[in-house]
Design a protein around this ligand. Structure first.
Ligand SMILES: Cc1cc2nc3c(=O)[nH]c(=O)nc-3n(C[C@H](O)[C@H](O)[C@H](O)COP(=O)(O)O)c2cc1C
Length: 262
């Protein structure tokens, strides 16, 4: 189960009992976040999609660590994957206003990641680089991602790190991120996040521009699969590839397995 269902990492034993191999909890931040003004979600029933505009709400890592500790003895063998949002903490945002300089976002992410490592809260840390900050996603470019990962390389780690990839239609840009990733201490990539470019989606429901957010579900399936295939073919020897997007039933997943994609 991909990140966003269990925002505060409270449900690990349940996810294991239901039968998931693993679930990515979060995305979390060091400080608590209230998220965006509601509504956060908008259903597109005919498109089989949900528009997501939550803004990374979570209780913050100190509180979340209590849930992880509480559940530790109840989880049998499922790894605990914790997704960290690449976004500035509230105190940093208050200091700078809507556009926070990238170095301060990196500082806050490093704080969150170090806290998880030092307190042994996760079996895997997934870094979610496709978080909006003032409407844009500052770390989906090779140069800014390079700065982020260079800084994270100095975190002494006892668990693998993965990167949650943005759902990019520009394959050159997507590849430039993978090129940066394999140069750093990153073991896997989760492909891919919500679709931000609505022009690429065959909408079967009305959706006006005032309803903000990225699209999940069926519209992600075909292109996610292309991105997964591309990543596996070109970087499969260097990275574990975790496939995400538009999985509605076991059959969809089995098909991917047969194609050797996951
Ligand atoms: C309600 C909801 C909340 C989400 N929140 C997050 C999140 O916090 N972090 C993240 O990396 N992805 C988040 N996502 C994106 C999913 O993890 C996934 O990448 C995307 O929805 C495509 O997969 P799907 O078709 O299975 O929904 C969210 C998706 C949904 C539907």
């Amino acid at each position: 189960m991909s990140a966003g269902f269990d925002k505060n990492v409270q449900l690990s034993p349940l996810m294991e009992d239901v039968g998931f191999g693993f679930a990515s909890g979060g995305s979390v931040t060091m400080e608590p976040r209230k998220g965006n003004l509601r509504p956060w979600f908008h259903r597109l029933p005919n498109t089989k999609s949900v528009v997501v505009y939550a803004g990374m709400p979570n209780y913050g890592l100190e509180k979340i660590s209590d849930y992880i500790e509480l559940n530790r003895s109840k989880v049998k063998s499922m790894p605990t994957v914790v997704s960290v949002a690449v976004i500035a903490d509230k105190s940093t945002k208050d200091e700078f206003g809507p556009v926070v300089p990238e170095e301060y976002i990196i500082r806050d992410v490093k704080k969150a990641v170090s806290y998880i490592v030092e307190n042994s809260l996760a079996s895997v840390i997934e870094i979610n680089i496709s978080c909006p900050n003032a409407g844009k996603e500052p770390f989906i470019y090779a140069d800014t991602l390079e700065s982020l990962l260079s800084e994270l390389d100095s975190v002494e780690r006892n668990v693998p790190f993965w990167i949650k990839m943005p759902h990019l239609y520009d394959l050159k840009q997507f590849d430039s991120l993978l090129k940066v990733i394999v140069e750093h201490n990153i073991r896997g990539v989760t492909v891919a996040n919500l679709i931000k470019d609505r022009g690429k989606v065959d909408l079967k429901d009305p959706l006006t521009d005032d309803i903000r957010g990225g699209l999940s579900g069926e519209p992600t399936r075909t292109h996610s699969l292309e991105l997964i295939g591309y990543t596996y073919k070109n970087y499969g020897d260097k990275l574990t590839v975790i496939g995400v997007g538009g999985v509605f039933r076991p059959k969809t997943h089995t098909l991917r397995l047969r194609q050797g994609l996951v």
